[in-house]
Structure formats: C-alpha cells, structure tokens
Write a protein that binds this ligand. Structure first.
Ligand code: NAD
Length: 486
C-alpha cells in the first residue's frame, strides 16, 4: 500500500484515481499533533456527477449485470481475503486519521473480512417466491433484483467498519456504489476502493468521492441518479439528507446519533457493572454512536457505584493511540474537543458536579493533541442539556432511580433510540426493560457487543432501516412481481 503521509489523494472514479474537476483539496489532520498529514480532493458537483454516471454505467454493464450470483459471491470472498492481508495497514491509516486506539482498530479491521465472507455467502441466497392466485393456469412469481446505484455517506469514527454492513451486501446483491467518506478520514476508503479493484470487481462498481459535506455530500444526496442512500452520521445531517432524498423520491437508510441509557440495579456485581459502564461510554473517547452516556443507578447503591466509577475512571490511562498501554486517545477533531468542553461547562452551570475529569490534560505530548479527560458528572438530571444532546465525547452523567417505573420513564425520555444496556441478576426485570425501552439494540449484562449477523439500527431520531443479518439483503434489493398466464 502506497504511503499516504504528505500525499495528495485524488478521487476514485471508474476504477482509477482522478484529480478533482473542482481543483480543490482539503487537509486531513493527525489528532495527536493537530498537524495536517495529507490532502484529499474536495469534490464538486461535476465530480459527483461523474462518479454517479460511472456507477450507472457499471450497473448495466454485462460484466457486472450478467455475472452469476455464484461468481459475485466468489468476488466478495476474494475481497475478504485481500482485506485480511491489508487489515493492519488499513488500521494504521484510520488510527492516524481519527486517533482511535491502534490495538482496537487492528482488532476491528482484522475481524471485518469475516463480515464480507458472511455476505458473500448470501449472494446466491436471495430468492423470490411462487405465490398461489385464484386461477390455476397462472404462474405468479416474485423476483429479487439489485436496486441500482447506492450512495453511501460515512462519518469519521469507524470509516471502514461502518461501511461494511451495507457495502458488502450491496456488492453481493449486484448494486453499484458511490461512497462519500468523511472529509476528516477519507484515506482508508480510497485504499479500500483500490483493494476492490485488486479483487477483480469491474471498474465503476465502487466509486469514491471525497470532500466536504456541504458540497460533495449535498451534490450526492441531490443527485437524481441514485436508487438509495445510506447515511451514517449525526441526526441533524440525517434530517437534511432525508429532505434532499425526498425531493428525488429516493429512499434512505439512516444510522444516526444516540444518547443511550445504561442502567445498573443494586443486585449486580459492582466491579463488573462499573467496567461495563466505563467501556460502554469511554471506548473510542466516547466517539461511538452507541455510547451509554446516560447512566441510571438504583438509589440504594448510588453512592457506592459513583465512588467505584470515579475510582475506575481516574485510573484510565490517556495517551498516544499507538501505545499498547493507552486506554483512551484523543478526540478526532478540534471542533469535537470544543463541543465536549462546552457541554461539560453547561452541565456545571445547570447544577451538575464534575466528580472526575473535566479538563484537557496538559502533561508532555498530550498538551499538543485534542485530548480530553474521561469525565463523570454527578448531581445530574435527565433534563440538563448534556443529558439530552449527543456529545460524542468521554462524558457520562449519573442519575439515581427508585423503581422500574421511574427508570423506564427516564430511559425513554430522549429523542434518540439507538441502544440501551442493563446490569441486573433478575432476568424478569431485564426482559421487562428490554421490552419497554425504545432502543434498536438492548444489551443485558454486557454492552457494545454488536454482530453483523444481527439487525442493527435505531428508533426515533436515531434513524431507520437495519443493517446486518439477512434483513439488509432485502433492504438493498427490490421485489418485482411477474405474472404468467399459460
Ligand atoms: P456528520 O453528520 O457531521 O457527518 C457525517 C457525514 O455526512 C460526513 O461524511 C459529512 O461530510 C457528511 N455531510 C455533512 N453534511 C452533509 C450534507 N449537508 N449533505 C450530505 N452529507 C453531509 O457526522 P460525523 O460528525 O462525521 O459523525 C458523528 C455522528 O455520526 C454522531 O452523531 C454519531 O452518533 C453518528 N454515528 C452513527 C452511527 C450509527 O450506526 N447509528 C455510527 C457511527 C456514527
């Protein structure tokens, strides 16, 4: 894989790198130093149009359109093999771009090819039905077919992993794709496009347009040539994209923000629950959509729980994401750091108290990067700003509750509905919570364990549509009815 440091990365259209017609480039920053480390093309509307046209041409090209399902599955399998070979290089690129821990990115990207294998196996499993009708000499069939060009817009927090749940099934189904990665983390997606060509996919099946959301992203989501849009990112951007897509009657899948409740009952093993809450909110410096950032604790153990949470949080090692012993790295963007500081400040102004954290660490190298201490806010209320909005940083608010009725009211008092977690030994109570909470995924005595075999997605303002499992194969194919009178 070619070195990215100091390079100028072009777009990927029609199977090759091209310079942007816009002539514009933007810098991508290393969050540990706040210095730029490469430049990426800032595509304009003409570039986006070229990418969509390339995907449209590939969609009807017999090299792709007439490829058998078995051969498509084999291609996706070959891609999985190559992704495993390149996993460590891709992990290093993502860590450099978004500051997430290298050991986590290595684990994530070494596991990612398994998801491609899973969907490769589905390429020849998508089938229609024969449906009886009120006439004997009539054959009434359904066919499942690819939808066309799918536009995919991704965020910066896990660029390749978040693409997998829709890209792998789209390739297995026979769709073609235009990807617009985040302007902050484009390099790994461009590298992926090259690996896709190396695997032997026809040119134009996967195209990448990089650039700002307001320009490249807007142009893609307003383009009439798309059959479907997949968006992973913030709720505010999701609403805008859904409106653009609606103007063209293009359906969307939306994976948006979260403000997930993480619940602890008095009957738990305290250390296990504290570790679960810590990992649930501080992983990736809090920059995960499923972060359990509202922690509700049964009143009887509230003080003990908070003491233990504060003690555990104080011992979290902040450091360079490439060091083996680092537990929390920097935030990916300077704007993100300011946002976190703003919410902690407003929480304190509203009456919450910082039990631990609440500063930018200044010692040594840390002072240069976009680091923020993991922070626990107590004396919090569910109606405070930092408990209502997604912060996307290492901040958790802790609130006591008296009983299940109060708990479910608090847990559901949010406009989001992505995930929820509960720690208790009482299985009846856990299942009652799972049934009553508004969340697309519920974890009982665990948190953050997601699998590509499961249907993942949100309720309420966390989005709609599901990725993972066989469901996604249906979402990205279309159903046609064929009637034969014989
Ligand atoms: P963002 O919404 O700012 O940007 C996401 C993507 O949208 C980027 O590629 C950006 O360039 C593009 N974009 C921005 N404005 C656009 C516009 N007007 N038109 C088209 N595209 C536009 O989000 P972010 O800051 O990159 O990522 C963090 C957010 O992503 C958080 O809210 C997080 O919860 C969410 N997220 C959700 C999931 C999930 O699966 N539900 C997963 C990861 C992240």
């Amino acid at each position: 894989m070619k070195s990215i440091e100091g390079s100028r990365q072009g777009l990927f259209i029609g199977g090759r790198r091209v310079a942007p017609l816009s002539g514009r480039y933007i810098a991508s920053y290393d969050p540990t130093t706040a210095e730029p480390w490469y430049e990426v093309a800032d595509a304009g509307a003409e570039d986006v149009d070229a990418a969509v046209r390339s995907a449209q041409a590939a969609f009807v090209d017999p090299a792709w359109r007439r490829m058998t399902q078995t051969d498509r599955g084999k291609l996706v399998r070959r891609l999985a093999d190559l992704l495993l070979q390149h996993a460590d290089d891709l992990a290093r690129i993502e860590t450099r771009d978004n500051g997430k821990l290298l050991r986590e990115m290595l684990a994530q990207l070494r596991a990612m090819p398994d998801a491609y294998l899973y969907f490769a196996g589905m390429a020849d499993k998508l089938q229609g039905d024969t449906i009886p009708v009120n006439k004997l000499d009539m054959l009434n069939l359904t066919l499942r077919e690819p939808v066309g060009v799918v536009g995919m817009i991704t965020p910066w927090n896990s660029p390749l992993m978040l693409l997998t749940g829709t890209l792998a099934p789209c390739l297995a189904i026979g769709n073609t794709v235009v990807i617009k990665p985040s302007e902050h983390t484009s390099a790994s997606t461009l590298a992926l496009a090259e690996i896709i060509m190396e695997a032997g996919f026809p040119a134009g099946v996967v195209n990448v347009v990089t650039g700002n959301g307001a320009t490249a992203g807007e142009a893609l989501t307003r383009h009439p040539g798309l059959a479907k849009i997949v968006f992973t990112g913030s709720t505010a951007t999701g609403k805008r994209i859904a409106a653009n897509a609606a103007s063209q009657l293009v359906p969307c899948q939306m994976e948006l923000g979260g403000k997930s409740p993480h619940v602890v009952f008095a009957d738990v093993d305290l250390d296990r629950a504290v570790n679960g809450v810590v990992a649930g909110v501080f992983a990736a410096a809090g920059q995960t959509c499923i972060a359990g950032s509202r922690c509700f604790v049964e009143a009887g153990i509230y003080d003990r729980f908070v003491d233990s949470l504060v003690d555990r949080t104080r011992r979290i090692r902040i450091g360079h994401p490439e060091n083996d012993d680092t537990e929390i790295g920097p935030l990916a963007l300077s704007a993100q750091l300011e946002k976190v500081e703003g919410y902690v400040g407003s929480g304190v102004a509203e009456g919450a108290r910082i039990a631990v954290g609440g500063h930018r660490p200044q010692q040594g190298e840390l002072g240069r990067g976009w680091y923020y201490e993991p922070t626990v806010l107590v004396d919090a209320r569910n109606d405070m700003g930092f408990m209502r909005d997604e912060i996307f940083g290492p901040v958790v608010g802790v609130v006591p509750f008296r009983d299940e009725a109060e708990l479910i009211g608090l847990a559901n008092d949010t406009r989001y509905g992505l995930a929820a977690g509960i720690w208790t030994q009482n299985i009846d109570r856990a299942l009652r919570f799972a049934r009553n909470v508004d969340a697309g995924t519920v974890w009982i005595n665990t948190y953050r364990s997601a699998a590509y075999m499961s249907p993942n997605g949100g309720f309420k303002e966390s989005g709609y549509g599901r990725r993972g499992g066989f469901e996604v194969m249906r979402e990205f194919s279309r159903l046609k009815n064929v009637v034969v009178d014989y």
